[in-house]
Design a protein around this ligand. Structure first.
Ligand code: DG2
Length: 247
């Protein structure tokens, strides 16, 4: 049996300001850094250890991983950063306030943008400064790979191949893997691992800074998955994510 740990970054400045973030490279808030620290303490005190870590190329996930590795005294571990673990690209919604968008477009539309499987947000124009083609960290991506917006389905289509080709062989080689990523890039992986239907995944909200443990069989089928920590606190944090547009 293999153990895999998924960790959504701690609260970011734009989570706090309630703004659609996507590929915008914002940092953690002090509370977010504390959440990362607390999540890592739960891992350390629970006897979890790792051989290799994966994260996105966005600093809120990288910073969360750094904090976690420091707490676990594992800063020497190899860390692989890849854009395929980035947050879902929120297109022209990036930077806009979730509650203001609900007031303007209604609850149903905002829910569809945030949680439906295949409704993409409005797309960016390539001359928009938020288009990732202007950022040199994405210089190796083809035009087809550079998103102007992404639905969760699009995120699954670019994150799951990275899991299948890169991470899953490492897990099957016996290495213990920690992935620090984002609300929606992790929902994409969870949907795939748990074979969740398109409707079922719309109800899943992943809380910030809480380790999600997967126990996998030899074929990487989940035998069990659970969050580490106080169940009431975890439920409250997941609810806060779900209700972000209602604040
Ligand atoms: C959030 C998720 O991403 O937002 O892009 O706004 O996990 O990187 O903070 P994260 C964003 P929702 O899909 O929950 O609205």
């Amino acid at each position: 049996m293999y153990t895999l740990v998924l960790l959504r970054h701690g609260q970011s400045t734009w989570n706090l300001e309630n703004r659609f973030t996507g590929w915008t490279d914002v940092d953690l808030t002090p509370q977010g850094a504390q959440e990362a620290e607390e999540g890592a303490k739960l891992l350390r005190d629970g006897g979890y250890d790792f051989d290799i870590c994966y994260t996105s190329v966005l600093k809120r996930a990288v910073r969360t991983l750094d904090i976690a590795l420091d707490v676990m005294d594992r800063m020497w571990l190899p860390v692989v950063k890849h854009w395929r673990l980035n947050e879902r690209h929120y297109g022209a919604l990036q930077g806009l306030n979730k509650s203001e968008m609900r007031e303007k477009y209604g609850e149903e539309q905002v829910f569809a943008w945030r949680r439906s499987y295949d409704t993409p947000p409005p797309a960016l124009e390539p001359d928009d400064e938020r288009y990732p083609g202007h950022d040199r960290r994405y210089a190796d991506l083809t035009d087809e790979e550079l998103p102007r917006c992404e639905s969760l389905k699009n995120t699954v289509a670019r994150a799951v191949p990275y899991w299948e080709k890169v991470i899953s062989p490492v897990v099957q080689s016996g290495q213990r893997v920690l992935i620090s990523a984002h609300g929606n890039s992790l929902r994409a992986l969870v949907k795939y691992l748990d074979k969740m239907g398109d409707d079922e995944i719309s109800q899943l909200n992943i809380p910030t800074g809480v380790p999600l443990i997967y126990e996998l069989d030899a074929d990487l089928k989940p035998k069990k998955s659970f969050y580490l920590g106080d169940p009431d606190e975890i439920a409250a944090r997941a609810k806060a994510v779900a209700n972000q547009a209602k604040q």
